[in-house]
Structures are given as C-alpha cells and as structure tokens.
Design a protein around this ligand. Structure first.
Ligand code: SF4
Length: 627
C-alpha cells in the first residue's frame, strides 16, 4: 500500500531514532501504539506491502495522523509503549481486557494486623499479592481454608480500630480476635506468615509446624486444641490434594502457552509455586490480527506490569515460542523482579510436560469459546430472519422500567454486542416529571434521554419488555426526537392453558388449578403487526431475547433499589457539606448503616479513608444534634 496522501507530510520528518509511535483516528483517538529501534524504518514498513495484517490494510481509512515520542534507548521505548497502551487502550493493541475476570488476594504489609482482601488489580504498593484465580470455585476453596484454619480478621480497618469487644467471627472460631485480645495480637504475625506460606504453595513446612504444635498440645494434655489442629491439618491436606504437584523441587515458575483458531486467540498461564500448579489464568481475544509472537509479547508486558498486571515475576518463565523483542523483554522482566529472569522454550523433560498441560487447557478454552461464538452467531442469524433484517443485529439494546407503587421510577438499558453482554453500554435513567405508574410516558422519556441526546448510540435492534402498547410508546418517542427508529421488538410473557387455548383471566379457577393448567409462553411483537411472531420455544433467537430481557429486568430493579436505599439511608449524610458519594459510601461500608455512623465516636469516623479529623467532627455534630 502506498503512503496515503494525508500521512505523507507527517511521515516525511520521521526520525531514525528509537521511540514510540502513536496512530490517531479522525476523532484524535489513539488506535495503535508501537515501539521501534528505528522509528523511520519501522513505520515505513507498514507501507512497503510486506505487512499483510488486516489492520494494516485499514490504516488508510482509520489513521489520520501518526505522531512519535523519542527515547534514549529501545528498552526505554518498551517501557513507554507499555505506559501509552495502558493510558490510551488502543483498539488494535493487545490488552488484558479479560484480566478483569481474574481475582487476586492481597495481604498488606503496612498494617500490623492485616486481613486477606480480594483485589481486582495489582497496585504499585508494598503489599503481597497472590493469584490470579480465574474461577470462583478455586477462590472459594482457598478462602474457605483461610477462614477455617488461619483465623485472620475479616473486619474493615475502621471497625478494627473502634472495637471494644470481639465480634461474632471470634465466637464462631473464624477470627482469633486481635482487635482486643492480647494473646491473639502476639500470635498474629505468625498466623500471617503461615497464610503467606499457604498462598505461595509452600504448605509442607506449614503442615510440619502444625503437626509439631499438635504433638505438643497432646503432650501437655490439651486434647481439645490437639484435635482442632488435627482437623486443620486435614483441611489443608484436602486443599493440597487439589493442587497438582508437577515438580519434585520447590521451584517457582510460570508456564505460558498461546493457541489460535483463525482470529480467536487464547493464552493460558499456569503458575507453579513451590513445585505445584496453584492456579490458572486465561485470556481470550477475538479478531486478533497480530502475529502470535507479538501477541505473546503484548501479553507478557501487560501480565507482569507493575500497576494493573496480575502477577509477580517468577525466576523462570516457560513458553512454547519466544515472544518478539525477547531480549528487551527479558531485560524488562529482570528489572521488574530485580533479579535475573529466564524466558525459555520448554523442549524436553518436566518443562515440556508443563507446556503440554497448559496447551490442553488452552485448546479446551479455544474449543469452548469457538462453540459459544457459533451458538451466538446462530441466534443472531435466527433473529435476522425472524425480524426480516438485512443483516444479523450486532448491537442489541433492551429497555425496562422498574418502579414501586409508582415511586422512584428508574429506566434501565442493557446492551449486547455480538450476542454478549457489553456492560459499558448499560445505562440508568431516573424518571422525572411523569405521573406515578405511567409506564408508557416513562418509556418515552427513557428513549428521548438515551437516544434523543445521543443518536449515534441507537442500536441495530431495540427490545422492550412488554407488548404492543410499550412498542407504540417507543415508536412515538423516536418520532418525537425526529430520529429514525431502529428495528424494534417487544417481548411479553403470555399465559395459555396447557391444552393450547388462551387464558383471558376471567375464567373462574382456584389458584392451584390456575398454576396447574397454565403454561407461560414468550411472545415477540413487532410494530405494525397485531399478532406475535411465531417462534418456537427452543428458538435460539428467542432464547437470546429472553436473556436480554432477564438481564435488563435485573439491572433496572437493582438501579431502582439503589435509588430507594439512597432516599432512605443516605439523606442525612448527603446534607453534610464535604460528604459526597464516595465518602458517604466509605462511611456506610465502615459502620454498616446510618445508625452505625451516627453512633461512631469522632476518632473512628476520622479513621475512615477520606475523612479528616475536622470533617469527622462535623459529621458527628450534624448527626447527633437534635433538629
Ligand atoms: S473479632 Fe475483632 S478482629 Fe476479629 S473480625 Fe471481629 S472485630 Fe475484627
């Protein structure tokens, strides 16, 4: 592809030094970030016809401007590239978008009595992080053991500071009570150390120490304590059995594989700690055009990133192919670890066995993801046919109204993209100026406020929870906004007698008889047609609409409950100058309720994050002064 006319001028000045280049779209968004030892050479390669990636063919259309930042060395360019990718989240770069699924465990170092907390991302702080855990079951098992055996505190810092007596957690044997009990305070550092051993997978020394304590307890005739320790050892052994021991030596390493099927790419990491596989992390990308080596490089940069990445860098990383720019990458990883890191292709022995295991997991994920994608595509194509659309609907929105006795009415919108939930497209609208219980005008207001103000946000297909009347309200709302309505449909449950006859509600039946005789059917309505479409109960398109309706229903109810709660709980705090949403939430989280905040002493209020001593005094005075 020759250099496009609009890029010629800027590319003429490209320097031959190392640095990063940023490709920007017509709306000035960064769509790609890259790094190069020689910027001129690298960027001009995009136009010499050797790079056949689909993204390159789109440069002419998508990229309006290319700018660059010079660096002293190629290694500096690598660091800058990682920072720029994090800041701009360019659509054509590799990012760990699926990392959000994973959860880490965090144990603070700057607290004498830390607890084990869940964390979504690593922060650049001094705390210890463990994981990532990418299945809820795996995390539940780990937390179960932690709670049952290690008895670290679970309360929030603010509560810990203000406690005068131990709480229920102590009574049921899940906390040793360091808030007030001196013996528990002195034992606590040893408990934390054991937790850290356990989470690192080094459980043998832990079990040995527990067995020694058990024997000692039996010696001094503390049979109850010895029995408890025996049970705890059994719990830990049980958890251990689920960890696959793969190395005889207590080595720490990560095993990483990348598998691809067309443009679907899966990367699986198996972290091995103390010789045992202690978890699994999976990242999936669709529409991935970069070559495998580049994807792997991008993944490693994001996965081991100081801030926002998931993992500590181990001394060894086994891969099934070397990532691009591997030398700089190894230097960067060694910097991160502050010790030498080795990245190796595992070709034989236990390394290769581990790679085979990671590969099996990746292929399994690939198969499952591909099957789900096919199923979603089938549902979209079915909807296309049923609703007579020119192409399968890529963006589908669902609308619903939630209210209680006509008050605190909230409209909810959820979005599915390619048949999958896209939570970034979820919105709530607090309905104003509409008579209580007037669902139709509420629906109109939702449409006007969501799409009237943002016509670019109109989806390919819009579904409302309801029948013909709701559909008419939506059609009128689009007309009132002067907007062309997208394809519309309404989903309503119809009750029919099991023998197929309709049920008009006037038939006299006992409640039991009604329950036995009735059968709920989903019916799909479209504007301008009196009768619903004839879709079978097991139609994949109908199943997708039902999922969308259930999701919007759940979302609207949640928003409505939040609004009601705010009205009931939050009002007194909202009236205090200096208390915004974040501080109000922090206070309610720390003290459980408005009553808890009202009763808290000033010192405890001031221990909540974001609350200064002066503000704590004001809050205390405002809540405890009779009106
Ligand atoms: S007993 Fe004390 S330290 Fe333990 S959870 Fe309860 S308040 Fe926190």
């Amino acid at each position: 592809m020759p250099i496009p006319e609009h890029l010629r001028e800027s590319l003429a000045d490209l320097p031959k030094q190392s640095g990063c280049y940023l490709m920007r779209s017509a709306t000035d968004q960064v769509v790609y970030v890259g790094k190069a030892k020689n910027l001129r050479l690298r960027v001009l390669q995009y136009f010499n016809g050797h790079d056949t990636r689909a993204f390159v063919a789109q440069i002419d259309r998508v990229v309006r401007r290319i700018e660059w930042i010079l660096t002293g060395t190629e290694k500096e360019a690598l660091l800058l590239e990682s920072t720029l990718i994090k800041r701009h989240r360019p659509r054509f770069n590799v990012m760990l978008k699926d990392m959000e699924r994973s959860v880490l465990l965090r144990v603070a170092r700057d607290h004498d009595f830390p607890r084990v907390e869940l964390a979504r991302r690593r922060k650049d702080d001094d705390a210890r992080y463990f994981g990532p855990y990418d299945s809820a079951g795996q995390l539940r098992r780990v937390l179960g053991v932690l709670e049952r055996y290690f008895r670290l505190r679970t309360c929030q810092d603010a509560e810990f500071v203000r406690r005068q007596r131990v709480c229920m957690e102590y009574e049921i044997g899940r906390c040793s009570g360091p808030c007030v009990l001196e013996t528990a305070r002195s034992d606590y550092p040893a408990q934390v150390k054991e937790v850290v051993w356990f989470l690192r997978g080094r459980t043998k020394p832990l079990i040995r120490s527990m067995e020694r304590r058990m024997a000692k307890a039996a010696e001094v005739l503390e049979f109850e304590r010895a029995a408890r320790l025996r049970d705890d050892v059994a719990v830990i052994r049980g958890a251990l059995e689920r960890q696959v021991v793969v190395q005889e030596r207590a080595v720490d390493l990560d095993v990483i594989t990348l598998q691809r099927q067309g443009d679907l790419v899966v990367v699986v990491v198996l972290p091995v700690r103390g010789g045992a596989v202690i978890g699994k992390h999976t990242s999936v990308w669709r529409g991935m055009e970069l070559e495998d080596e580049q994807v792997l490089r991008g993944f490693l940069l994001a996965y081991y990133d100081v801030e926002g990445g998931a993992a500590d860098v181990p001394p060894t990383i086994f891969v099934d192919r070397m990532p691009s720019d591997s030398e700089q990458l190894v230097a960067w990883l060694s910097d991160r670890r502050q010790k030498r890191v080795s990245v190796r292709v595992a070709r034989r022995g236990s390394g290769q066995q581990l790679i085979t295991m990671a590969r099996q997991n990746a292929l399994d994920e690939l198969k499952r993801t591909a099957a789900q994608a096919t199923e979603r595509q089938r549902a979209l194509e079915r909807l296309q046919r049923a609703l007579a659309m020119p192409s399968p609907p890529h963006i589908i929105d669902g609308l619903d109204i939630s209210t209680f006795q006509g008050r605190d009415t909230v409209g909810g919108k959820v979005r599915f993209v390619g048949g999958k939930r896209a939570t970034k497209g979820y919105r709530t609208v607090h309905i104003k100026g509409v008579a209580q219980g007037d669902d139709f005008n509420s629906l109109r207001q939702v449409v006007q406020r969501l799409y009237g103000k943002h016509p670019e946000d109109v989806p390919d297909l819009l579904m409302v929870d309801g029948g013909r009347a709701q559909l008419n309200a939506v059609v009128q709302a689009f007309q009132a906004c002067g907007l062309e309505a997208p394809k519309l449909c309404g989903l309503a449950k119809a009750r029919t007698l099991k023998d197929g006859r309709g049920f008009d509600g006037d038939q006299v039946m006992s409640a039991q008889a009604v329950g036995d005789a009735l059968h709920s059917r989903e019916r799909v309505f479209v504007p301008g047609r009196k009768n619903p479409l004839n879709l079978r109960d097991n139609d994949p398109g109908l199943a997708l609409l039902v999922r969308l309706r259930d999701e919007v229903h759940r979302f609207a109810i949640k928003a409505h409950r939040k609004l009601r709660q705010k009205r009931h709980h939050g009002s007194a705090l909202d009236l205090i100058p200096g208390v915004g949403e974040r501080r109000r939430k922090a206070l309610l989280r720390a003290f459980g309720s408005l009553k808890g905040v009202t009763q808290a002493p000033i010192e405890s209020l001031a221990s909540v994050q974001g609350i200064s001593p002066a503000l704590a005094k004001r809050i205390h005075a405002a809540l405890n002064t009779p009106s």
